[in-house]
Design a protein around this ligand. Structure first.
Ligand code: ACO
Ligand code: LMR
Length: 274
């Protein structure tokens, strides 16, 4: 008789068996002919649903605003050094991506987890911050190497303004700002950073958009979807830095469209002794 083939992989987000591929049931034709953008693709492939326009636009803003933050940050630095060592594009990209973590760009999920618990437990900002301090933990989503009370992060301001205008509620953002007010009393660089702002605003999105049940919201936070936004966004900048170094090298080596026109060129990186 018929023997059913064993299932090797179960996937629930897309299908390529029909006449055309689908992202969570939405055909490529619909994606292209209707007004879908990258935020809608994220909604379908990560969250397995369509989300309202203001929400997908918010995700696109996160991707745009976090795409790059200059050549000096950990990820870009690694990508640049790797590119100057003559490595291929994928190596440059992953070398940059591997720096994303609890200190750099990867604090979004933990910020969301901490703010969620704090709001659920009704902790005021001093109790929340001092509680983490007693455990020897830094507050995720708070602090920046160069941004401070007097040198605000434009990205945080833009995201907040957008959410205040378009989100049904911004309760978690309001809480995060009480935390910032308290930490700024300790040191001027203990601002709500872009990771913390995205973490808080995502809690607002999940809890007030009507698109997620409480259980689904809990899953998003406990599984940890949100660092993915920074990883995705920063990949754009890391690729840019890797290509930038290759262009500069091509000028030195006499290859490429600007060969022979001079230029500084970027040799193998070696950190100065001093
Ligand atoms: N919570 C509590 N205290 C803090 C925090 C924080 N988030 N950040 C700094 N401090 C205090 C601590 O007392 C720290 O001393 P310690 O080293 O003994 O713990 C002291 O400030 C010194 O910190 P700084 O030198 O001012 O900060 P640094 O430049 O070392 O760190 C960083 C900056 C890594 C962002 C830090 O603030 C931090 O770990 N924040 C939490 C993680 C986070 O949100 N990262 C995302 C940053 S945004 C981005 O990468 C896109
Ligand atoms: C970034 O987006 O890379 C940062 O906010 C970290 C930094 O130090 O600028």
């Amino acid at each position: 008789g018929k023997v059913r083939a064993p299932t090797h992989v179960v996937s629930t987000i897309c299908d390529d068996r029909g006449e055309e591929p689908t992202y969570y049931g939405v055909t490529m034709s619909e994606l292209i002919t209707s007004d879908y953008g990258v935020g809608d693709v994220l909604a379908l492939l990560w969250f397995k649903r369509k989300l309202p326009k203001y929400a997908t636009k918010f995700m696109e803003m996160c991707v745009m605003l976090c795409a790059d933050h200059g050549p000096c940050v950990s990820g870009a630095h690694n990508a640049i050094v790797t590119s100057r060592a003559g490595k291929d594009l994928v190596s440059c990209l992953v070398s940059g991506l591997l720096t994303i973590g609890p200190r750099f760009g990867g604090a979004i999920d933990d910020a969301a987890r901490c703010f969620k618990v704090a709001v659920e437990q009704g902790l005021d900002a001093p109790t929340f911050v001092e509680g983490l301090k007693k455990q020897g933990k830094r507050v995720p989503g708070i602090g920046h190497r160069i941004k401070s009370k007097d040198n605000r992060d434009k990205r945080v301001e833009l995201l907040q303004n957008y959410a205040r205008k378009f989100f049904p509620a911004t309760r978690y953002l309001a809480y995060a700002l009480t935390v910032e007010e308290y930490t700024l009393g300790k040191a001027a660089n203990l601002v709500l950073n872009v990771d913390g702002c995205i973490g808080a605003l995502f809690l607002d999105l999940l809890s007030s958009s009507g698109a997620f049940t409480q259980k689904e919201m809990d899953d998003v936070i406990s599984i940890g979807y949100l660092n993915g936004l920074f990883v995705l966004a920063r990949s754009i900048g890391l690729i840019g830095h890797a290509l930038d170094q290759k262009r500069l090298q091509a000028r030195t080596c006499g290859r490429g469209p600007r060969a022979g026109q001079g230029g500084r060129g970027e040799p193998l990186y070696r950190h100065p002794w001093e």
